[in-house]
Design a protein around this ligand. Structure first.
Ligand SMILES: Cc1cc2nc3c(=O)[nH]c(=O)nc-3n(C[C@H](O)[C@H](O)[C@H](O)COP(=O)(O)OP(=O)(O)OC[C@H]3O[C@@H](n4cnc5c(N)ncnc54)[C@H](O)[C@@H]3O)c2cc1C
Length: 373
């Protein structure tokens, strides 16, 4: 059987990006699974940071995305909950104040998937191969349920939040003007509206509404008109009158990190290595950060060092430890703070949002972390 330099398992955004990146270095890459696998019904929109956009641009994928599949975020407004007679806190970010062109770019998950698959078809160094193809290095990008990770005996214990994220496309009766909005509501509910161009240019949003499991399933099953009523109550007209523009889907939420992300001849990337709450829109950004880091480490290896050398792969593990740990802890702390039902916690978070809003250097620091700078 013909061997390859790197065997990539998993054709999500992380696996496909890694295959393209390594092939661009001249390595021979084998990919397992169905080459046609795509998720055209994925209603999600991803908020991608500057570092992810730069990687996808280098891979010649960003430039081929359809114009209506990407939408820049210029401003972001985060609101606390006003229950219990206390005023809601408010924190706002603006690209202009941060000296950035945009705070993030919202991209159509299904279109990104499709363009990554197309780019792979034109990559001469990437081949569809059998699962047991010999390789110097196997990169596991199989997502949170990775079977190959389990077969290696790597511990990965998801801590479920007991919440699901409901995603859908929405249409507003008012232009979004590049403003993303997020509400932290009682019980740890987080509702985010991400400005988008489909189905209606200039007036659409990607919705991510994270809430307790039973409520999420209820919201997903509600007739459209009842769902829209609940949604418009929760957003109180801040983005105009909102209507559904797609089906609704939901995903279970959990926090997890693999106890180790590499060993002799294998490495973990993306959701196979770590999963975080989507409240900060950072899961795929972390996964693409893994891709960039592993590509750099492999490109910079000593000529005599094999690709699967564990000492080499530990450089990747060390580089990714701090960002993945920090993002897991930050999203978890925010989720817990906003889920806490006491009046004291509510007052603290609302005053915290207001106080942060008055601290431009801290806002700049937070923005730079979110931009991946
Ligand atoms: C509602 C929601 C909103 C989100 N919003 C954002 C956001 O705004 N910004 C952001 O950065 N992130 C966001 N995320 C996170 C993001 O979706 C994930 O981090 C990202 O999709 C992970 O990509 P992946 O390629 O690692 O895994 P996956 O997308 O899970 O892909 C894994 C692939 O491997 C395949 N596979 C599994 N087992 C095998 C096997 N044995 N052999 C071969 N193939 C296999 C699977 O079929 C799948 O195709 C969000 C997540 C959710 C749920």
């Amino acid at each position: 059987m013909q061997s390859v330099d790197v065997l990539v398992k998993g054709r999500g955004a992380v696996g496909r990006s890694l295959a393209l990146s390594l092939a661009a270095q001249g390595l021979s890459v084998g990919m397992t699974g169905n080459p046609e696998a795509s998720r055209p019904d994925d209603v999600r929109t991803y908020a991608l940071n500057a570092a992810s956009v730069a990687l996808l641009t280098d891979l010649k994928v960003w430039g081929s995305l359809r114009g209506d599949a990407i939408s820049p975020v210029y401003d972001m407004i985060v609101s606390g909950d006003a229950a219990g007679g206390q005023p809601a806190g408010r924190l706002s970010f603006s690209a202009w104040q941060q000296g950035a062109r945009e705070l993030a770019v919202i991209v159509d998950a299904a279109e990104l998937d499709a363009q990554l698959a197309t780019a792979l078809r034109f990559s001469p160094h990437v081949h569809d191969v059998a699962d047991d193809t010999p390789a110097a290095l196997t990169a596991l990008c199989e997502g949170r349920e990775s079977a190959a990770r389990s077969a290696l005996g790597v511990e990965f214990k998801p801590r479920p939040y007991g919440h699901r994220a409901v995603a859908a496309r929405l249409v507003a009766d008012r232009a979004h003007q590049g403003v993303a909005r997020q509400w932290f509501q009682p019980g740890g509910e987080v509702l985010a509206l991400l400005p988008f161009e489909k189905p209606l240019p200039g007036a659409s949003y990607g919705l991510v509404w994270s809430c307790a499991e039973a409520r999420a399933l209820h919201l997903t099953a509600l007739p459209a008109a009842d769902f829209e009523r609940e949604l418009n109550e929760a957003t109180a007209g801040a983005a105009g009158e909102l209507k559904l523009g797609s089906e609704r889907s939901s995903w279970p939420l959990a926090l997890a990190r693999a106890e180790t992300v590499c060993g002799p001849g294998w490495v973990l990337l993306g959701d196979a290595a770590h999963i975080v709450h989507p409240l900060a829109g950072q899961g795929l950004n972390l996964g693409l950060g893994d891709v960039a880091a592993l590509s750099r480490v492999l490109a910079g290896r000593e000529v005599w060092r094999p690709l699967g050398d564990e000492r080499l792969l530990r450089r990747y593990a060390r580089e990714r430890l701090a960002p993945t740990l920090a993002m897991g802890e930050l999203t978890d702390a925010l989720q817990r703070l906003f889920a806490h039902p006491s009046n004291a916690a509510q007052s603290l978070r609302n005053r915290g949002l207001d106080a942060l809003n008055q601290l431009p250097p801290v806002k700049r620091w937070l923005t730079q972390r979110a931009l991946g700078l």
